[in-house]
Design a protein around this ligand. Structure first.
Ligand SMILES: Cc1cc2nc3c(=O)[nH]c(=O)nc-3n(C[C@H](O)[C@H](O)[C@H](O)COP(=O)(O)O)c2cc1C
Length: 405
């Protein structure tokens, strides 16, 4: 079955038009119009992996969608675009995909991936507005690989001439750092939807700011997981010249929560600002974060700002488990290295220094790692996850198929 999730707000693209567009692809098509659905952002609680396998703890209209997905082999996302990418309504739906996977990590086609809970699903995108076609194609491909499938393609369904001159179009506009006068103060925004107390990004920021402080730089921090901080975050964003957005990778790009926050920012600034990014993700390999980096490179110019570079690193998932002594020890080196990066950022005014480039580490796991992982580590990692799940009160197998296919 082919499932089409229509996330367009205005619903001005009709069921008949979508059916006509996909007519030669599959006869068995189900279109779900989500315009009136109540769907929240994924909050990264990990309960769908470690506490109630396959079941999302947010009780809203998404359960209806998951039950449809379990029966689908193809998934089309119909979405508006913003900043050249899927808008927050479309991304929010895809960020909630986690129950379709399970915690167990495996290597598929040489990439670290999570095991699919039910079956492989192909993914395609149908979009409106001035999306960056190349970026969307890569995102569709990567997202499909995530759930074991391939991309069905990316199609634009309108040609809005009024949008053609916008910077969010097919050309990636990067307005690079000019390294202004020595900074004294930085606004830091934590773009993770996970509550601050459990957020890995928060732990990274705490270490990074130790480095800033050692160089006499002060900072103010806002966490987007707390909506009551959004007004203040917006005001600080508009009135400061040095901004860092720190964020986790969410389904191959930035979290829907951050995309929503960005739509509330005015592009008319009184003074220019530089935005730099700290982007990190669960998987170790650097290349898994490169699409996110590409999107971030093009973002500051669309907000009337310059780009101060991105500090990129994978392998941060375990930071959440630092109450375990072994993991605490294992991850301390990583946090210390963020403090060093904070110091160097303060000296350089941006992330364009060579150490920031090296900071990512390996782009792809060497073949020997893949072999050892298959032979030994896979079972060890699985056992560890099972141990954590037990501690979280989980009573079912982590790969439980809760909804029938
Ligand atoms: C909904 C969701 C999607 C994610 N997608 C990816 C991904 O595509 N690639 C990746 O390497 N990590 C992914 N991660 C892992 C997070 O980037 C990682 O665990 C990060 O440390 C979380 O930081 P935080 O605690 O501040 O949210 C995802 C996590 C969640 C909850």
């Amino acid at each position: 079955m082919t499932l089409v999730l229509n996330t367009l707000e205005t619903n001005d693209y009709t069921t008949e038009q979508i059916k006509a567009l996909l007519a030669d692809k599959d006869a068995d098509i189900e279109i779900v119009d989500t315009a009136d659905f109540k769907i929240k952002h994924c909050m990264g609680c990990n309960n769908c992996w470690l506490k109630t396998p396959g079941i999302c703890s947010i009780k809203d209209d998404y359960e209806f969608i998951i039950k449809k997905m379990v029966k689908a082999s193809n998934l089309w996302l119909v979405t508006d675009t913003e900043f050249g990418f899927v808008n927050y309504r479309g991304k929010r739906i895809m960020d909630r995909l986690m129950p379709m996977l399970n915690m167990t990590i495996e290597i598929r086609d040489g990439w670290e991936r999570h095991q699919v809970r039910y079956h492989a699903m192909n993914v395609g995108v149908i979009y409106k507005g001035n999306g960056n076609q190349e970026l969307l194609e890569e995102w569709s491909e990567r997202t499909a690989v995530n759930i074991g499938g391939h991309s069905l393609g990316v199609f634009r369904i309108d040609k809005d001439e009024a949008h053609e001159s916008s910077v969010s179009g097919n050309a990636t506009t990067i307005s690079s750092a000019t390294s202004p006068e020595k900074m004294e103060h930085i606004v830091i925004i934590n773009g993770s939807p996970r509550v601050q107390k459990f957020s890995n990004t928060d732990k990274i920021i705490k270490s990074f700011t130790q480095g800033l402080e050692s160089e006499g730089i002060s900072h103010e921090l806002y966490s987007l997981s707390n909506r009551s901080e959004w007004d203040k975050a917006r005001e600080a964003f508009m009135n400061n010249t040095q901004i860092i957005i720190a964020l986790p990778l969410y389904v191959e790009c930035v979290p829907g929560t951050l995309l929503e926050f960005l739509t509330t920012i005015s592009t008319e600034r009184k003074q220019p600002a530089q935005i730099s990014f700290i982007l990190h993700g669960g998987f170790e390999e650097g290349h898994q974060l490169r699409l996110g980096e590409k999107f971030l490179q093009s973002l500051p110019a669309q907000l009337g700002c310059t780009y101060g570079g991105s500090l990129i690193k994978g392998g941060t998932f375990a930071l959440r488990m630092r109450d375990n002594e072994y993991i605490k020890k294992m991850t301390q080196k990583m946090l210390d290295s963020y403090a060093t990066m904070g110091k160097l950022f303060a000296q350089s005014n941006n992330f364009m220094f060579p150490e920031a480039k090296k900071f990512t580490g390996h782009e792809k796991n060497p073949w020997i790692f893949a072999l050892l992982f298959k032979l030994f580590f896979k079972r060890l990692v699985k056992k560890n996850f099972e141990r954590f799940a037990k501690a979280w009160g989980c009573t079912r197998p982590l790969d439980d198929k809760v909804y029938s296919e």
